[in-house]
Design a protein around this ligand. Structure first.
Ligand SMILES: *[C@@H]1O[C@H](CO)[C@@H](O)[C@H](O)[C@H]1NC(C)=O
Length: 305
């Protein structure tokens, strides 16, 4: 291809979730309400866990960190989507797009590790209760968190290292409301077969592997509880079902976006809504508002105010 024919792409256009005006109004109001609830709900979780000393246990500290990541993940895509829906101006600069991809994978990778750490925490608490305090020490918590962020950054850098050299010379329309690698790569005019493989391997297989690992560990925990005493089973079930719901809703869309081999089915962008608008609200809703310790902490805090 002749270099002079390149018209350098400096911005991308999002096609968004829908082109119909009434549908856009509906999406605008829904996502605004959900986003406000996500911000308030997750800030509330972080606030309660940090200020209530009774909740300084590994489980709640990890939960607060998960809330923080969820909040960031939502903030990375949803405000932009809301402003696009509001103004009808759906463009993003090239740098903005790359930044969104980078942060998306840092946060997504960290959240994946954090969910695994939370499963490990429940495993120790339920299957090795006598060793819980020695295994899940404050240092262990900090190491798990530092590990989560480091793995997130490495995962993201590795992916971007493969795509920074891509050339963009023609189409610049992204059939979604945010930038992510599968769409980004498809717009390039370089041969991208190898890159698609790298993305599938790095994002797809990792999320699929983690997903099955988590599901199996939850089944393992349940079977262990069930063998010990059937009394504890219902309590363990209610805790673990919350974890499993979050795991399914978080990994389901990612697996679909990266591994589904038929890109012509345009459902991935709708599934992505789940990661940015549904999972982040579920976390405060199911872990916190249904949880006795959290409710008591809220009462203690409000009586101090
Ligand atoms: C994350 O967890 C650490 C302890 O392991 C805690 O000190 C920190 O406050 C938590 N971060 C948030 C945002 O809750």
């Amino acid at each position: 291809m002749n270099i002079t024919n390149y018209s350098v792409v400096s911005e991308f256009v999002f096609l968004g979730l829908s082109t119909s005006r009434p549908m856009q109004h509906f999406l605008l109001s829904c996502s605004t309400i959900l986003y406000i609830s996500i911000v308030l709900g997750n800030l509330l979780v972080v606030f309660i866990v940090i200020f209530d000393l009774h909740l300084h246990s590994p489980m709640y500290l990890l939960l607060a960190n998960l809330s923080f990541i969820d909040l960031c993940l939502s903030t990375l895509t949803v405000p932009k989507m809301i402003s696009d829906l509001y103004s009808g101006q759906n463009t993003i600069s090239f740098q903005g797009c790359v930044f969104q991809i980078f942060m998306l994978h840092v946060l997504g990778g960290s959240e994946m590790v954090l969910l695994t750490a939370m499963a490990f925490d429940r495993y120790v608490a339920i299957c090795k209760p006598l060793h819980y305090l020695t295994i899940m020490s404050p240092w262990m918590c900090i190491w798990l968190l530092v590990g989560a962020w480091i793995i997130g950054v490495i995962h993201s850098v590795v992916q971007l290292a493969f795509v920074v050299h891509l050339h963009f010379c023609g189409p610049n329309e992204i059939d979604s409301f945010y930038c992510d690698l599968p769409w980004f790569i498809k717009l390039s005019c370089t041969d991208t077969f190898k890159m698609e493989f790298v993305v599938t391997a790095n994002s797809g297989f990792i999320s699929m592997g983690t997903f099955f690992l988590l599901i199996f560990s939850y089944i393992f925990i349940l079977v262990t509880v069930w063998k010990h005493s059937s009394n504890d089973l219902s309590k363990a079930l209610s805790t673990l079902s919350a974890h499993v719901t979050v795991v399914v809703l978080f990994f389901g869309p990612s697996i679909f976006i990266y591994v589904w081999p038929f890109p012509t089915v345009p459902v991935d962008k709708f599934l992505a809504v789940s990661d940015f608008l549904v999972t982040p609200i579920l976390n405060p809703a199911i872990y916190t508002l249904r949880n006795k310790d959290m409710k008591m902490a809220m009462r203690r805090l409000s009586s101090q105010l």
